[in-house]
Design a protein around this ligand. Structure first.
Ligand SMILES: *[C@@H]1O[C@H](CO)[C@@H](O)[C@H](O)[C@H]1NC(C)=O
Ligand SMILES: *[C@@H]1O[C@H](CO)[C@@H](O)[C@H](O)[C@H]1NC(C)=O
Ligand SMILES: *[C@@H]1O[C@H](CO)[C@@H](O)[C@H](O)[C@H]1NC(C)=O
Ligand SMILES: *[C@@H]1O[C@H](CO)[C@@H](O)[C@H](O)[C@H]1NC(C)=O
Ligand SMILES: *[C@@H]1O[C@H](CO)[C@@H](O)[C@H](O)[C@H]1NC(C)=O
Ligand SMILES: *[C@@H]1O[C@H](CO)[C@@H](O)[C@H](O)[C@H]1NC(C)=O
Ligand SMILES: *[C@@H]1O[C@H](CO)[C@@H](O)[C@H](O)[C@H]1NC(C)=O
Ligand SMILES: *[C@@H]1O[C@H](CO)[C@@H](O)[C@H](O)[C@H]1NC(C)=O
Ligand SMILES: *[C@@H]1O[C@H](CO)[C@@H](O)[C@H](O)[C@H]1NC(C)=O
Ligand SMILES: *[C@@H]1O[C@H](CO)[C@@H](O)[C@H](O)[C@H]1NC(C)=O
Ligand SMILES: *[C@@H]1O[C@H](CO)[C@@H](O)[C@H](O)[C@H]1NC(C)=O
Length: 409
């Protein structure tokens, strides 16, 4: 009787202890994982542009300087042509940006944008949001092989001014032949972070002080077919002095995006080296609703990275032209929706988020909540098993003792 009462109480106490232990361990783990890196951010729009009252023709340039103890990350976001994010990592906290605006806006020579001293540059890479593709998914297979409409070249879009708020900036654009974009737009929002954390907005990507986040959304655009689906083409550009190898990996997760157990990563490293220099990382999921909730989630997948014509990329992106003498370009397509999923027309909205940074991408670990559930799930049966064993042993002993007395009676 006494043992039967005691078992659940000590079981509960032991699982509680395990929960606490796991929570403390996992908080300590995330604390020591390097999220202590901090950077001081400073934001400048069109740095060095001679007349502050006007803006440069054909697109603006945002410079976010993220200064660490002994290094600097320069984030450059530009709408001269296709929206482009250039990331330059230097080994000094005093590197600076120099723009020759006359050459920069003419977009026909390289070297008009420099990070100085040039010898301090450890790594650079650019991400070009090059094209938006649309296809008529007549058979609802989500295979963008045929029935493609003419692509929207983002390099020829009409882009709005950059709307700044702290270290983030929003850019919206419409196609020049604007019948389908009459009531809609394609927007990008860049956020740069001074320290590690998790984004407020779904899918709540984990970030560090070495990364930035770009959200891309397509809002209110008139699809060219009722069954239209979209793809976004991205180009990753590296310099000749740091050729980048690109690969895609997957890992396991998580509680913030239920049922999405993957993270896609597009990594750059030097030939033959395993050291990761930079990355693009995303959850293979997009949202079909303005209020990103789980019900609006739609899976996305990507094509294999393919080498691209560097001349085409440089022509599309003013920033790539200005910074790289010999760009090396690799591209891939991210496609939204699987066979059977609702089409774009159902909500006329699509939002996708990607993390872009230098060094290794942040890795999700199990959260305290998941660890606690695991502790309860695994710990409780263990404890019950042990206590049950003990209880059975005691019962046997008692029975044996009782049996030993019986013959006397
Ligand atoms: C950020 O980059 C710096 C310089 O490469 C590195 O020392 C630091 O560990 C990185 N921090 C994180 C959180 O990845
Ligand atoms: C950031 O700025 C603060 C205050 O100006 C300064 O104390 C700190 O050293 C700076 N940190 C870095 C990494 O530059
Ligand atoms: C930065 O450089 C100084 C002097 O070279 C060195 O003492 C310090 O440890 C370095 N800090 C980091 C975080 O690497
Ligand atoms: C760049 O364009 C400008 C004017 O648009 C022209 O004067 C100049 O010669 C061009 N440079 C090159 C290298 O094509
Ligand atoms: C930065 O890198 C350059 C070239 O690799 C090197 O000459 C310079 O000494 C480095 N500076 C620091 C502060 O490490
Ligand atoms: C759609 O299905 C029909 C009949 O199976 C086939 O003839 C047609 O080629 C398919 N269209 C596409 C775009 O796959
Ligand atoms: C299309 O764009 C042109 C030039 O930007 C503008 O004049 C025209 O009003 C636009 N049409 C619509 C329907 O938005
Ligand atoms: C844009 O919106 C206006 C008013 O809401 C509507 O009259 C017009 O038909 C819409 N155009 C397109 C192409 O959806
Ligand atoms: C899109 O959906 C609406 C209703 O949801 C429908 O009236 C319209 O015909 C559909 N087609 C296109 C091409 O937008
Ligand atoms: C890196 O590899 C690519 C293709 O494999 C090759 O074209 C390039 O020359 C290599 N670069 C170096 C520095 O070895
Ligand atoms: C993206 O898809 C389109 C259409 O299938 C194709 O023409 C283009 O080459 C693809 N881009 C990349 C980088 O694979």
């Amino acid at each position: 009787m006494a043992a039967a009462v005691k078992t659940p109480i000590s079981g509960a106490a032991a699982s509680l202890f395990l929960i606490l232990l796991f929570s403390v361990l996992s908080s300590a783990q995330s604390y020591f994982r390097g999220e202590t890196t901090r950077r001081n951010l400073s934001v400048e729009l069109n740095p060095g542009w001679p007349s502050p009252s006007s803006r440069p023709p054909n697109g603006e340039l945002l410079h976010v300087r993220a200064v660490g103890d002994n290094d600097t990350l320069h984030f450059l976001f530009c709408s001269q042509g296709a929206p482009t994010l250039l990331l330059v990592h230097t080994n000094t906290s005093s590197s600076s940006l120099k723009v020759n605006w006359k050459e920069f806006v003419s977009r026909n020579v390289s070297g008009s944008l420099k990070v100085e001293p040039e010898s301090s540059v450890l790594y650079s890479s650019a991400t070009v949001f090059s094209r938006l593709l649309e296809y008529d998914d007549v058979n609802n297979t989500a295979e963008p092989t045929s029935d493609l409409f003419p692509p929207y070249e983002l390099g020829s879009f009409l882009w709005s001014r950059l709307v700044l708020s702290g270290p983030s900036a929003r850019l919206c654009g419409v196609a020049p032949d604007n019948a389908t974009f009459a009531n809609g737009s394609l927007c990008l929002q860049l956020s740069v972070f001074g320290e590690g954390g998790r984004a407020e907005s779904w899918p709540r990507l984990l970030h560090t002080a070495n990364s930035s986040q770009v959200e891309v959304w397509l809002d209110g655009v008139l699809p060219r077919a009722t069954q239209s689906r979209f793809l976004l083409e991205l180009q990753a550009v590296g310099g000749a002095y740091r050729p980048s190898r690109v690969e895609v990996q997957r890992s396991i997760d998580d509680e913030f995006t239920p049922s999405i157990f993957k993270v896609s990563r597009w990594l750059s490293s030097e030939n033959g080296s395993s050291e990761i220099l930079g990355f693009l990382q995303w959850k293979p999921v997009a949202s079909r609703g303005r209020d990103s909730s789980v019900e609006n989630a739609t899976p996305c997948h990507h094509s294999a990275p393919r080498p691209q014509s560097s001349e085409d990329t440089a022509r599309a992106s003013g920033l790539v032209r200005a910074f790289y003498a010999e760009p090396q370009t690799v591209g891939l397509n991210v496609s939204f929706g699987l066979a059977g999923d609702p089409f774009y027309n159902s909500t006329r909205f699509l939002r996708w988020t990607v993390l872009i940074g230098s060094g290794s991408p942040p890795v999700e670990s199990f959260s305290p909540l998941v660890l606690a559930i695991m502790a309860v799930g695994l710990g409780t049966p263990m404890i019950l098993l042990v206590l049950g064993g003990v209880y059975v042993c005691i019962r046997k002993r008692v029975a044996v003792t009782a049996a030993a007395y019986q013959p006397i009676n």
